[in-house]
Design a protein around this ligand. Structure first.
Ligand code: ARG
Ligand code: MN
Ligand code: MN
Length: 301
């Protein structure tokens, strides 16, 4: 029987300050994702985009909070959680396209209720572990991992009706090279496993991925891959809103995806932060699609 993938687009750009990342799902589709994955003997259903809307500037702030577009992000997260929940229920693999990384709040809320111990691989230059108190920007895309731990604004941590989506010991961050002070404190306090660029340089991607897989293997019953394209170096993935120099290369990222494919551990995935306005001829969307190819078993020979 052919394995089944369901695509959901989340055209969200309210979790950060640079418009255009809401066009990410279109750019990824334009880069040929459906055709590419169909070649790999997958049956693909593209459910289209969830409706997010375009709130006015006056909705950017809300009383008693420095979080930008809190209500709009919270509403969209709820919608995405419901859409993803449906996909998991019918036994298909949820593949979500962002949109900025705030969409992970909804993705994880929809997926995690189906698992006792969902593991998460957070492939990112950033920790996305901020709260309203620690955030330098008020941008919610810097918060989804904290929110998924149950730490953050009540309107975000209660999406889908439960608070603790993931446990700190089931998280692995890969590619970190920009962490705010509050995020560092949280990482230490919760004992979150982080492979920074230092470890990737020092150990090599093969060892990092093997260690990450071994770390998650026996304690999780599913693993979600949340891949922020800014985890890659800006020279390979220029179309992102918060680029950080010194990132993971295109080749290392392919290797990482291939090792994950071999592990047969990944049960859901999202590719986020593709911003076509900042991109060079859709390069970053094409990189995202190429990485999905490897994640789902594409081989040269
Ligand atoms: N998903 C992302 N690209 N996050 C970037 C976050 C940047 C910074 N740490 C902040 O909180 O604003
Ligand atoms: Mn991120
Ligand atoms: Mn990032």
């Amino acid at each position: 029987m052919k394995k089944h993938i369901t695509i959901i687009g989340a055209p969200m750009d309210l979790g950060q300050s640079r418009r255009g990342v809401d066009m990410g799902p279109s750019a990824i589709r334009y880069a040929g994702v459906v055709e590419r994955l169909e070649m790999l003997d997958y049956e693909i259903q593209d459910k289209g985009d969830i409706q997010i809307g375009r709130p006015g500037k006056d909705e950017e702030t809300s009383a008693g909070s420095n979080l930008k577009y809190l209500q709009a992000v919270s509403n969209a997260s709820q919608k995405l959680a419901e859409a993803v929940d449906e996909v998991v229920k019918k036994g298909s693999f949820p593949l979500v396209f962002g949109g900025d990384h705030s969409i992970a709040i909804g993705t994880l809320a929809g997926i995690s209720k189906h698992y006792q111990n969902l593991g998460v691989i957070w492939y990112d230059a950033h920790g996305d572990l901020n709260t309203g108190e620690t955030s330098p920007s008020g941008n919610i895309h810097g918060m989804p991992l904290a929110v998924s731990l149950g730490i953050g604004h009540p309107d975000l941590i209660t999406i889908a009706g439960y608070t603790e989506k993931i446990k700190p010991e089931n998280i692995v961050i890969i590619g970190a090279r920009s962490l705010d002070d509050g995020e560092k404190i949280l990482i230490r306090e919760k004992g979150i496993k982080v492979y920074t660029m230092h470890e990737i340089d020092r150990l090599g991607m093969t060892k990092v991925m093997e260690d990450a897989i071994a770390y998650l293997k026996n304690k999780t019953d599913g693993v979600h891959l949340s891949l922020d394209l800014d985890g890659l170096d800006p020279s390979d993935a220029p179309g992102v809103g918060t680029p950080v120099l010194g990132g993971i290369s295109y080749r290392e990222s392919h290797l990482a995806m291939e090792i994950l494919e071999e592990s047969k551990m990944i049960t859901s995935a999202e590719f986020v932060e593709v911003n076509p306005i900042l991109d060079e001829k859709n390069k970053t969307a094409e990189v995202a699609v190429a990485l999905m190819g490897s994640l789902f078993g594409e081989k040269l020979l």
